[in-house]
Design a protein. Structure first.
Length: 161
């Protein structure tokens, strides 16, 4: 079974960086504490939650980028999962919340400060497959908190092996 945990939860009043939270209430539009400024490209039911991998963040830091959890706008920073398996259609159980990955995110200039060369395309799926953040829709609402388990589930709701 593919299992990790929530390393950090992040929210803001709009924009980046998003700041850490101990726990968050999640409804069908995402973390209740989180707001978006540019709602044409962020938020809504198909982009309710943005997720990213702590391991990818650490690898980017090793390349010399000043990225850190929340700096590229993710709501949930996950550790311990094979990020290559977190693809559109995959379902994740985050504590009591269930989300389904809808798409890879498109990096924008608002996160360029997280990159040594200010090139946010370093995490564009088209250029660097497997390095993108992902958006998800919320299938089951609830409360999530730091250290909650994260289980990668198959589309039929069963745990992936």
């Amino acid at each position: 079974m593919a299992q990790g945990r929530i390393f950090q939860l992040n929210a803001s009043n709009g924009g980046v960086p998003k700041r850490p939270l101990r726990q968050a209430e999640v409804n069908h539009l995402g973390l209740i504490a989180d707001k978006q400024i540019h709602t044409k490209v962020h938020g809504g039911p198909e982009r309710a939650v943005c997720l990213y991998s702590l391991e990818r963040i650490l690898a980017l830091q090793a390349e010399g980028h000043p990225i850190y959890p929340g700096s590229v706008g993710e709501n949930v920073t996950i550790t311990g999962l094979d990020w290559d398996e977190v693809v559109p259609g995959a379902r994740l159980r985050l504590g009591e919340v269930i989300v389904e990955i809808t798409r890879y995110t498109t990096p924008c200039n608002l996160i360029e400060a997280s990159f040594a060369d200010r090139d946010s395309q370093r995490i564009a799926h088209q250029k660097y497959p497997g390095w993108s953040r992902v958006y998800a829709r919320v299938l089951q609402t609830g409360t999530i908190k730091i250290s909650d388990s994260v289980v990668l589930e198959s589309p039929n709701g069963q745990s992936a092996d």
